[in-house]
Design a protein around this ligand. Structure first.
Ligand SMILES: Nc1ncnc2c1ncn2[C@@H]1O[C@H](COP(=O)(O)OP(=O)(O)O)[C@@H](O)[C@H]1O
Ligand SMILES: N[C@@H](CCC(=O)OP(=O)(O)O)C(=O)O
Length: 376
């Protein structure tokens, strides 16, 4: 890794790395992460922080003795805690001459392409002006169905959004082990990973602490996103001295996740389709079409459609499936579900002149934009 180029770096810090034994925010731990960010800023890098900790910072003031488990209490605690968390970050950054800003995101903000692009523009302005965006999920108002749920995948999606050079995930463990270290005392640290294999998926267990939400599973999901998007990533222990600085300069103890080679990387449009769009329907295709779109890399045409599920409009992202229900990939459709269904119905009744449809509106249904498996 080159040492003299200014980089755009996303740092994710989990609840377990910001809290005391009692589960409350630890000022000392907050100061440590701020000091690390300041060092990178002083070196000329752009830094975004994805910080958990809203619930931890707020539950005591809500009147709960322990971290709540029920969603309304957690959301209420986050409503108190998010403000306190940002206040602490802002004060600490200001004492070093830097300004922090708050960005709260819900999954909806990313599944709408306009809002997604808008978020990128806003963050770019902040970064160009030397501000440190501090991002969290908008816990207080997000309902379960629309949650990212964990900040690990959120941080990887943010890294893709801003075309970051590196994602650093800080946790309470010094990297990825070849099996869950709580269950296997002989587990070995993996220093580099360039492919998420089935063994790695199997090694990733649930959270180790009462305050963490995603565990190693959601971190692996996050690294699948960075690896497919051409972004370097690192997992290390938040408490280790200079961990962030050393991770940026390639000297840290932890796990480095290398991206796929350049020509396999997804561009930003494809990243959005793959990881953020939230497909709205399904198009099942004939066997011959499967061979032609996967092996011959051809596009999908009206005569390839076997049936359609769900309601979607022209321009929506849909899942493309084979006749066994296996997902082949994702694509942006040129037709609404109603129109496609009409075509399928008429074809079945042998009434439709496909050539006529092709002449009238072009019979290209979609390209195979994303081939599965791409990540999540
Ligand atoms: N293969 C593995 N390698 C490392 N840690 C693992 C593995 N499987 C499960 N874990 C657990 O995942 C925990 C980190 O996830 P989590 O508690 O959600 O932390 P955070 O709050 O930092 O997101 C570790 O403390 C560890 O106990
Ligand atoms: N958004 C929540 C935390 C969600 C989360 O992913 O936590 P963690 O698994 O500790 O990174 C909060 O601020 O309390």
């Amino acid at each position: 890794m080159s040492t003299n180029k200014a980089k755009r770096i996303v740092i994710k810090i989990g609840s377990s790395s910001l809290t005391s034994m009692q589960g409350e925010i630890s000022r000392r731990k907050l100061e440590k992460i701020v000091d690390e960010v300041v060092r990178l800023k002083d070196d000329g890098h752009e830094v975004l922080l994805v910080s958990s900790g809203a619930v931890a910072a707020g539950y005591r003031k809500l009147g709960c003795w322990t971290r709540p488990n029920e969603l309304p209490e957690k959301q209420a605690a986050a409503s108190i805690g998010q403000g306190l968390l940002i206040e602490s970050y802002s004060d600490l950054f200001l004492s070093h001459g830097y300004i922090g800003s708050q960005i709260l995101i819900t999954r909806n903000d990313f599944s709408d392409e306009n809002r997604y692009n808008n978020a990128r523009n806003t963050i770019n302005v902040l970064l160009e002006r030397g501000i440190i965006p501090i991002i969290n999920e908008n816990d207080t108002i997000t309902i379960d169905r629309l949650k990212f749920g964990d900040n690990d995948t959120l941080s990887a999606k943010v890294a893709g959004l801003v075309d970051a050079d590196q994602l650093i995930i800080l946790s309470d463990i010094d990297g990825l082990y070849d099996s869950d270290p709580r269950k296997n005392p002989d587990a070995q640290l993996l220093e580099t990973v360039d492919e998420i294999t089935e063994d790695i998926e199997a090694a990733a267990g649930d959270p180790g602490s009462a305050v963490g939400t995603g565990g190693m599973k959601s971190k692996i999901d996050a690294f699948k996103i960075t690896m497919a998007s051409g972004i370097d990533a690192f997992l290390g222990k938040a408490a280790t001295e200079n961990i962030v600085y050393d991770a940026v300069y390639g000297d840290a103890t932890g796990t480095y996740f290398s991206p796929k080679p350049d020509n396999d990387n997804l561009n930003q449009k494809k990243q959005w389709i793959a990881f953020n769009s939230g497909p709205q329907g399904e198009v099942t295709i004939h066997r011959q079409a499967e061979v032609s779109i996967v092996e011959k890399k051809k596009s999908l045409h009206l005569s390839d459609i076997h049936h359609v599920d769900g309601r979607f409009s022209k321009g929506a992202v849909v899942r493309i499936k084979d006749l066994h229900g296996e997902e082949i990939g994702l694509g942006v459709v040129n037709y609404s579900s109603e129109k496609l269904q009409d075509v399928v119905n008429q074809t079945n009744n042998e009434q439709l002149d496909l050539k006529k449809v092709a002449v009238e509106s072009g019979d290209l249904v979609c390209h195979l934009d994303i081939k599965v498996p791409v990540g999540l």
